[in-house]
Design a protein around this ligand. Structure first.
Ligand code: 3PG
Ligand code: MG
Length: 436
C-alpha cells in the first residue's frame, strides 16, 4: 500500500434527519479498511453516494455530515470536495500525501454514476492507482463508482466486503442446525426470491410485519384493513406449498395487535388472527405469537433476521420487534449464530444495547437480500477473486470495458465474457423495512 493512491468506494448512505445522522453503523463499518489503508501508507480518495439525488446537486444530500462523523471516529481530519469531479478536486487529490485522505462529494450528483457512464468512471479512476470496493451496501448496484472504475484500475475488495461475504456465505453454506429465518418488514414484493431461496436452506421460517399479513391471506384468513399485497398472494401460496413439500415449518402469527389507525395514540387491542376485525389494521404481533416464536426458537442454533415484526416507528407497536431483539440476544449469549440485516431490526437491537452481541450485523439491505438469493452482486463480481477464500462463490469476472485500458487485473484468470446486464441487476429493490 505504501505510497499508493487508493480509490475507495464505501457506502455512507446513512439515514439523516434534519441534517443529522440517525444511525452511523455504515460509517463505523468502513473504519477498519480506511485505517488499514492509512496505516499502510496509502493516500485514500473515498467515494460514496447518499440518497437518490438523480444526477442533480441536492444540498441536503451532501456528504459533509458523514465526513464529520468519520473525522470523529478515526481522529483524522476528513476534508470533502465540493464536487466529485472538477479542477478543484483534481488539485486536492494531487496534493494528498501518504496517510492522508479526502472524501469526494456525493457521486450521485452526476448522472453518469447510476448510468455507469464509462467517461465518468474513467475520470473517477484517474484519482487512484488502485480501486478498493468496500461498499457492501451498494454492491447490488452496477454504477460507475462500484463497477465502472474497475475497468481502469487493479481492483480489490475491502475488509467489510470480506466480512459480509464470509458471514452471509457461512449462513448459506454451513449453518449449524436447526436454522431459522425470521422475515418481517412491510412488503413481500422484493422478498419473494429471497424467501424461495431461504425455504431451501432453513428448517423454520417465522413471518411478521406486513409480510405475514400477505401470507395470512394466502392461507385463507382475512386481514381487515391491514397492509398486505393482493398481487403477492399467489407467490405467498407457492412459497407455503414449497415449505410444505420440503417439510419446513412456517410460523404465522396466531394473534396480533390491531389498531383503528396506523398512528400514535390510536385505540388498539389484541385479537386472534382467525378473527381479525374488518375495519382495523394489524400493527404488531400479539403476546401468544411472541411466546410461540420464543418457543420455536428454543432448539435453533442459527438465526437470520431481517425486518421488523410490526410498525416499529410507533413505540406501542414495536413490542414484538423488541421482544425478538431480546430473544436474539439470549440466543447469541447461548452460543447461537445470529445474523441480522435491515435498518429497523438493527435499530431495535441498538435501542436495547444488545447489537454487539450479534454474530454479524449486515450493512446491506437490498444487497444482503440479493446475496442470500444467490444472485451475483455486480460490485463483488467485478473484483477478481482468484486465490481468495471466496473463489468458489458464483463470482463472474467482468472484462474491462476498454481492452486497451490499464488492465482490470492481471491476476484475473481467463473467464467467460461479462454476463452481467447492469439493467437487469440494478432494479430499485427496495427493501422498505417498514410496514406503512
Ligand atoms: C442502500 O441503502 O440500499 C444502498 O446504499 C443503495 O442505495 P440505493 O438503494 O439508493 O441504490
Ligand atoms: Mg436500497
Amino acid at each position: 500500500m505504501q505510497g499508493q493512491r487508493v480509490l475507495l468506494r464505501v457506502d455512507f448512505n446513512v439515514p439523516l434527519s434534519d441534517g443529522k445522522i440517525v444511525d452511523d453503523s455504515r460509517i463505523r463499518a468502513a473504519v477498519p479498511t480506511i485505517k488499514a489503508l492509512l496505516d499502510g501508507g496509502a493516500s485514500v480518495v473515498i467515494m460514496s453516494h447518499l440518497g437518490r439525488p438523480d444526477g442533480r446537486v441536492v444540498d441536503g444530500l451532501r456528504l459533509r455530515p458523514a465526513a464529520e462523523r468519520l473525522t470523529q471516529l478515526i481522529r483524522v481530519n476528513v476534508p470533502t470536495t465540493g464536487d466529485a469531479l472538477g479542477v478543484g478536486t483534481d488539485d486536492a487529490v494531487r496534493r494528498l500525501r501518504p496517510g492522508e485522505l479526502l472524501l469526494l462529494e456525493n457521486v450521485r450528483f452526476h448522472a453518469g454514476e447510476e448510468r455507469n457512464d464509462p467517461s465518468f468512471a474513467e475520470r473517477l479512476a484517474s484519482y487512484g492507482d488502485v480501486f478498493v470496493n468496500d461498499a457492501f451496501g451498494a454492491a447490488h448496484r452496477a454504477h460507475a463508482s462500484t463497477v465502472g472504475v474497475a475497468a481502469y484500475l487493479p481492483s480489490y475488495v475491502g475488509l467489510l466486503m470480506e466480512q459480509e461475504v464470509e458471514a452471509l456465505s457461512n449462513l448459506l453454506d454451513k449453518p449449524a442446525r436447526p436454522f431459522a429465518a425470521i422475515v418481517g418488514g412491510g412488503k413481500v414484493s422484493g422478498k419473494v426470491a429471497v424467501l424461495e431461496a431461504l425455504i431451501k436452506k432453513v428448517d423454520l421460517l417465522i413471518l411478521g410485519g406486513g409480510v405475514a399479513n400477505t401470507f395470512l391471506v394466502a392461507s385463507g384468513r382475512s386481514v381487515g384493513k391491514s397492509l398486505y399485497e393482493s398481487k403477492m398472494v399467489d407467490d405467498a401460496r407457492r412459497i407455503l406449498k414449497l415449505a410444505q413439500d420440503r417439510g419446513v415449518r412456517v410460523l404465522l402469527p396466531v394473534d396480533g395487535v390491531v389498531a383503528k389507525e396506523v398512528t400514535r395514540g390510536t385505540e388498539f387491542k389484541v385479537v386472534s388472527t382467525d378473527k381479525l376485525p374488518a375495519s382495523w389494521h394489524m400493527v404488531d404481533l400479539g403476546p401468544s405469537s411472541i411466546t410461540a416464536i420464543r418457543e420455536a426458537l428454543t432448539p435453533i442454533k442459527t438465526i437470520l433476521w431481517n425486518g421488523p415484526l410490526g410498525v416499529f416507528e410507533i413505540p406501542s407497536f414495536a413490542v414484538a420487534t423488541r421482544e425478538l431483539a431480546k430473544v436474539a440476544a439470549d440466543k447469541a449469549d447461548a452460543g447461537a449464530t445470529v445474523v441480522v440485516g435491515g435498518g429497523d431490526s438493527i435499530a431495535a437491537l441498538r435501542q436495547l444495547g444488545v447489537a454487539e452481541k450479534m454474530t454479524h450485523l449486515s450493512t446491506g439491505g437490498g444487497a444482503s437480500l440479493e446475496f442470500l438469493e444467490g444472485r451475483d452482486l455486480p460490485g463483488l463480481a467485478v473484483v477478481p477473486t482468484a486465490g481468495s477464500p471466496y473463489e468458489t462463490l458464483p463470482i463472474i469476472y467482468v472484462a474491462p470495458v476498454k481492452p486497451g485500458a490499464k488492465a482490470a487485473s492481471k491476476r484475473a484468470p481467463a473467464k467467460p465474457k461479462p454476463i452481467i446486464k447492469p439493467s437487469a441487476l440494478d432494479d430499485e429493490d427496495d427493501e422498505s423495512d417498514t410496514p406503512a
